[in-house]
Design a protein around this ligand. Structure first.
Ligand code: ADP
Ligand code: MG
Length: 151
């Protein structure tokens, strides 16, 4: 059993796509330091990319002066990441369903769907002073159980 104390990290990036890689590295290394295997890290990193890409593109409108804050906490049982942008917020319930027939051929609109497939919790909250917080959580140590359920 690895150390059960949670580990944390935070990184603040400017809204440039190449900075996503920096945040990915921080969360990856944090998960490694918590004793999590690569097979459980990979889906989290994939979801992280989608969340930060949205924060940069849709939240901050690609304005490189606006920042995205990423905070991660990892315990042996759970990884939790929050991604905060400086945008106007949005209504996630109004986002079109990418699995609907009329949307199947569209090349975009799949990021939130993908995050929901990969993570156990995907929640957006709009901050009163502006900005959106995306909460991502995934339970850890359950890879075999998941695979069993997916069969
Ligand atoms: N952080 C955010 N701020 C504002 N709008 C957002 C944010 N994240 C997602 N959205 C909205 O949700 C929509 C769906 O996002 P997504 O599923 O990732 O598809 P895509 O990024 O390809 O449009 C976006 O087009 C955008 O309108
Ligand atoms: Mg997206």
């Amino acid at each position: 059993m690895p150390d059960t104390k949670p580990v944390n990290a935070a990184i603040s990036i400017t809204s440039r796509f190449e900075n996503i890689e920096l945040a990915e590295r921080v969360v990856h290394d944090l998960m490694v330091s918590a004793g999590i295997g690569e097979e459980e890290i990979a889906p989290v990193i994939r979801a992280l990319w989608e969340g930060i890409a949205n924060a940069i593109r849709h939240g901050n409108g690609g304005d490189p002066d606006r920042r995205v804050e990423i905070e991660a906490t990892v315990s042996p049982a759970l990884v939790r990441v929050t991604i905060t942008d400086q945008g106007a917020g949005f209504d996630v319930a109004a986002v079109p369903d990418p699995t609907a027939a009329e949307n199947l051929l569209k090349p975009s609109g799949r990021g939130i769907f993908i995050m929901r497939q990969l993570m156990d919790r995907v929640e957006f909250s709009n901050l009163s002073g502006g900005g959106t917080v995306l909460l991502l959580e995934r339970r850890l140590g359950t890879t075999q159980e998941r695979e069993h359920h997916e069969v």
